[in-house]
Design a binder for this molecule. Structure first.
Ligand code: FES
Length: 325
């Protein structure tokens, strides 16, 4: 494997990563482009597990994008990016890239990996949430895992539809309105074989709704998996409180205010960099309570352990958290 080291001005979130060249750009829809990155010498890139993402640097900023490939022996990394007019600038920068441009990226990171021994999986995606789900679908076909995909998109505005159709055939169900989606989802949640794992990616409210319905149908938590996007798409969340054990302080965190902001407002100095749940700089130790993990840094296993949280984006599922601070 040949990989070119990063330049000196690499953002901390891509440290230890790769300098890659843009080798192809293709338009998926009016607002979504697929961008292909490859090693400058054409070498093999680090492999990744399905559902992984890359952190891509643009100027002084970084953002995370899901990889759409299966991850085994990759000679290229492909991301698909929705242009967001009022975002932090990452998607606009990605849409300005041209073939031949160089980009600094992290190594692939996994936070939405498939369960290795699952024999059947139900994938549910909305809009640009198709990207990590497509990665799961490709891998499932390679490994012979039975897979169904419900893909919700606006009429004529779905990305990667043809690829999904080729991969899954009748296993793909497209929905373009809420009523048909709710009907298909209810049927799928009722009739999946025992042991099926559910993977969902899309806007936060969409994922919450799908996961709530799965729980109502009796799906155990261990079979439910979701992929959150960056902070720009996160909702305000519920208010909660934190007890800081070392300083003996109690703080209220209102809806719409991040834990990081609440700590800073109280005079605490917390190391941070991206403020988007990507870089891992703002990690805090949790002593009691269950965080609502909304970052892209911790792995599924680390999130399940609930001993660490990224305070820039993550909140609390309990009314109160106790932090080692
Ligand atoms: S500041 Fe980067 S993960 Fe929180």
């Amino acid at each position: 494997m040949t990989t070119t080291p990063l330049l000196d001005q690499a953002h901390p979130a891509v440290k230890g990563g790769l300098l890659l060249e843009v080798t192809n750009i293709s338009r998926q829809t009016d607002s979504i482009v697929s961008i292909t990155f490859a090693d400058l010498a054409g070498g093999l890139l680090p492999a990744y597990v399905p559902g992984s993402h890359l952190v891509v640097q643009y100027g002084a900023g970084v953002n995370a994008y899901s990889l759409t490939g299966s991850g085994s022996t990759p000679f290229e990394y492909i991301i698909s990016v929705l242009q967001v007019e009022d975002g932090a600038g990452g998607s606009q920068a990605m849409h300005r890239l041209s073939v031949g441009d160089l980009v600094q990226v992290s190594r692939p990171r996994s936070a939405f990996a498939p369960v290795a021994n699952a024999t059947h999986q139900l994938l549910v995606a909305a809009g640009i949430g198709i990207t990590p789900v497509l990665s799961h679908a490709r891998s499932a076909v390679e490994w012979g895992t039975a897979t169904d995909l419900i893909y919700v998109h606006r009429p004529g505005a779905g990305a990667h539809v043809e690829e999904a159709r080729e991969l899954l055939g009748d296993g793909l169900t497209e929905c373009s309105d809420r009523a048909s989606f709710q009907k298909v989802l209810a049927e799928s949640l009722t009739h999946q074989p025992l042991g099926t794992h559910l993977y969902v990616c899309g806007p936060a409210a969409f994922m919450d709704d799908v996961l709530d319905q799965a729980r109502e149908h009796g799906w155990p938590a261990a079979r439910l998996h979701s992929e959150a996007f960056g902070a720009a798409e996160l909702d305000d969340g519920e208010p909660f409180a934190v007890n800081l054990t070392r300083s003996g302080t109690r703080l209220e965190v209102p809806a719409g205010v991040s834990l990081l902001e609440a700590l800073e407002n109280a005079g605490k100095s917390i190391p941070n960099m991206c403020r988007k749940g990507i870089c891992g700089e703002c990690s805090l130790s949790v002593l009691r309570g269950t965080p609502q993990h909304r970052d892209l840094y911790l792995t599924d296993q680390e999130k399940a352990e609930n001993t660490t949280m990224m305070c820039c984006v993550s909140r609390s599922l309990d009314e109160e958290l106790e932090l080692d601070l």
